[in-house]
Design a protein around this ligand. Structure first.
Ligand SMILES: Cc1cc2nc3c(=O)[nH]c(=O)nc-3n(C[C@H](O)[C@H](O)[C@H](O)COP(=O)(O)OP(=O)(O)OC[C@H]3O[C@@H](n4cnc5c(N)ncnc54)[C@H](O)[C@@H]3O)c2cc1C
Length: 385
């Protein structure tokens, strides 16, 4: 963020809204493993979750950097945007690859918050990072598909009306691309839950509303297919750069939160008759984390700029995600260390944010996969997997 920041107004407004949800709100939810319904409803009513939906469908039609500013400010305020960030970007698959009828039916209702599109069913227990080996199938039967299989780590499934589901519609063949034969569906979870879809929450080290989802002969209308059958993997890939840039912006927001808390505490806390922040051993990790955060932020801005101008941004989106996730983790580490014992006390909120920000080196894509991408696609080395 600079003084000439074109998103200064957005930032100020999101920050103002977030201040109405103080640390104590998030602390209580974290303790109970509860979903921040009021926070999500407030963001929805204010229109922030419809940031990327074009105006013709009732959204605000912001550029990606505008959405990045929203998510960065949410995290910077100590809130947890992971509860709803998917509502901002998941409709991208529908926007880019859906039919006119699908867009007209769903986008305005998603923009108004009448429909929550928060669940993304890709990862499976046996496939892990190797999406091409997913086993969930969708079998065509007349005017419907029948879905069988299991997803894991489907976040917010209990708080979503719709799910973007990736399923295999054609068995994997020995020839052709291994990602062929996967199709993308926009599934109505409300009806599916009455017809064989079940959800089991997974308790995790942070409050994340993530789940396992089971499909037992679940019928879904054939017109829920997005785009062409068999091309689903390409469709989800096309949305991943946007997702990576936005998650990177969240990490920058987290890093700012940690750095602000650490600097303030270091200046206030007196031990041996002087502020601990007067010691270079305390200052330097915070200053280093700040430099890393600023560098990551520049990469986020560059990735967003390329995205917005239609240039290839694969490398920059990946690097932004990796650098920002590492910067937020470094800042988290410095913040805990600066707080000494108090860094571990719930009432300081640092241990909560520390747990939350750790996720981003694993999901939605792990650091190793980003390094593999750079090695192969940017540096021209052999594919490793
Ligand atoms: C809280 C949470 C929320 C999530 N939300 C969603 C969601 O909403 N929807 C969804 O579909 N998924 C979601 N995920 C899944 C997430 O994207 C996966 O966990 C992630 O892609 C890694 O898959 P995995 O856990 O099976 O790890 P694995 O694939 O088993 O990998 C384990 C480790 O090995 C490394 N590794 C694997 N293969 C290689 C290789 N060839 N080279 C180098 N390193 C390798 C990985 O980088 C990783 O560090 C979520 C996960 C979590 C934890």
């Amino acid at each position: 963020m600079t003084e000439s920041d074109p998103h200064a107004e957005i930032r100020a407004e999101v920050a103002r809204l977030c201040r109405t949800f103080p640390d104590s709100y998030w602390r209580a939810l974290d303790r109970d493993g509860a979903y921040p319904t009021e926070f999500v409803e407030t963001l929805t009513r204010a229109g922030w979750l419809a940031a990327l939906i074009p105006e013709e469908y009732g959204g605000s039609g912001l550029a990606l950097s505008g959405a990045a500013a929203i998510l960065e400010e949410i995290q910077r305020a100590g809130a947890n945007g992971a509860a709803c960030h998917a509502q901002i970007y998941m409709m991208g698959a529908l926007l880019r690859h859906g039919s006119d009828a699908q867009k007209a039916e769903y986008l305005p209702r998603i923009a108004r918050g009448e429909l929550r599109l928060q669940a993304f069913g890709v990862t499976e227990p046996t496939s892990g990072t190797d999406t091409s080996s997913i086993r969930t199938t969708a079998r065509r039967e007349g005017e419907r598909y029948i879905v069988n299989g299991q997803k894991i780590w489907t976040s917010r499934a209990e708080h979503s009306d719709l799910m973007l589901l990736l399923a295999r519609t054609t068995p994997k063949s020995g020839t052709g691309k291994r990602t062929d034969g996967l199709s993308l569906f926009l599934l109505d979870m409300r009806t599916a839950r009455e017809e064989g879809l079940s959800i089991r929450p997974i308790r995790t080290m942070m409050n994340h509303a993530t789940t396992e989802v089971f499909f037992d002969e679940v019928p879904i209308p054939a017109d829920t297919l997005i785009g062409e059958e068999g091309r689903g993997f390409r469709y989800i890939l096309s949305g991943m750069n946007a997702e990576r840039i936005l998650i990177a912006a969240e990490c920058v927001g987290d890093a700012r939160w940690f750095i602000e808390r650490a600097s303030a505490y270091a200046s206030d806390r007196n031990v041996f008759g002087r502020p601990i922040g007067q010691n270079q051993g305390v200052q330097f990790p915070i200053a280093r984390a700040y430099a890393r955060m600023r560098a990551a932020d520049l990469m986020v801005q560059e990735a967003a700029r390329r995205f917005e101008t239609g240039e290839n941004c694969g490398a920059e989106a990946n690097m932004a995600k990796m650098l920002a996730a590492e910067a937020s983790w470094e800042a988290a580490e410095a913040c805990v260390q600066t707080h000494g014992g108090y860094g571990f006390a719930e009432e300081y909120d640092i241990e909560r944010k520390f747990r939350e920000t750790r996720l981003y080196q694993v999901a939605p894509i792990s650091t190793n996969m980003i390094l593999s991408y750079l090695a192969e696609h940017v540096l021209g080395m052999p594919r490793s997997y």
